[in-house]
Design a protein around this ligand. Structure first.
Ligand code: ZN
Length: 184
């Protein structure tokens, strides 16, 4: 395992940094943009990605990518993954209520996102590392880190999670009021 991965797993802000870097990397992959990612610890908020812009279809995957990247860096699920991602999951649920074949479409978005994150994992880690060191990463810097890490992209997440492994995430999304209030 790469030294960066071990360092990120040990660091107190590692989970949040990987979560935010997941959003950032997916935004770059999907051709979106943002002003900056900021890592800060306040009462309700660990971090944020400012002024995110992307087409609607890809936004779903960018919202999913935070919690998914955090999960891919660890073994197993825990309440912490969901505690810090209320807004993300609510946003995904708001999209999901518009779909007819909700679970299949959600699974499709999740598997596409997992594939992207796996493929660009080295970039996710580089952006996360920079977030911890500098507390903020601009879009331009994120793109630079993303491209620079492509040449030596040897780092991989812990393993493939796949459709069955993502079911706890799907269940949480379908429990969100943004989803349930629309169908009941
Ligand atoms: Zn998030």
């Amino acid at each position: 395992m790469a030294a960066t991965s071990q360092w990120l797993r040990r660091h107190g802000l590692g989970r949040t940094a990987i979560h935010e870097a997941g959003h950032g990397a997916l935004a770059i992959i999907e051709g979106g943009s943002f002003d900056e990612i900021v890592l800060q610890k306040t009462e309700n908020l660990n971090a944020c990605i400012r002024n995110l812009k992307c087409n609607k279809n890809a936004l779903v995957r960018i919202y999913l990518a935070g919690i998914m990247a955090a999960r891919m860096a660890r073994h197993g699920w825990g309440e912490l993954f969901f505690n810090t991602a209320h807004d993300d999951l609510g946003a995904v649920a708001a999209f999901a209520k518009e779909w007819n074949d909700t679970v299949n479409i959600l699974e499709w978005h999740i598997l596409v996102t997992e594939e992207h994150l796996k493929e660009k994992w080295g970039s996710v880690e580089k952006i996360a590392e920079s977030l911890i060191r500098n507390r903020r990463v601009t879009y331009e810097e994120a793109v630079r880190l993303f491209e620079a890490s492509q040449a030596a992209n040897e780092s991989r997440p812990l393993g493939k999670i796949g459709t069955s492994g993502w079911q706890p995430l799907i269940a949480r999304i379908l429990m969100k009021p943004q989803f349930t209030e629309a169908v009941t």
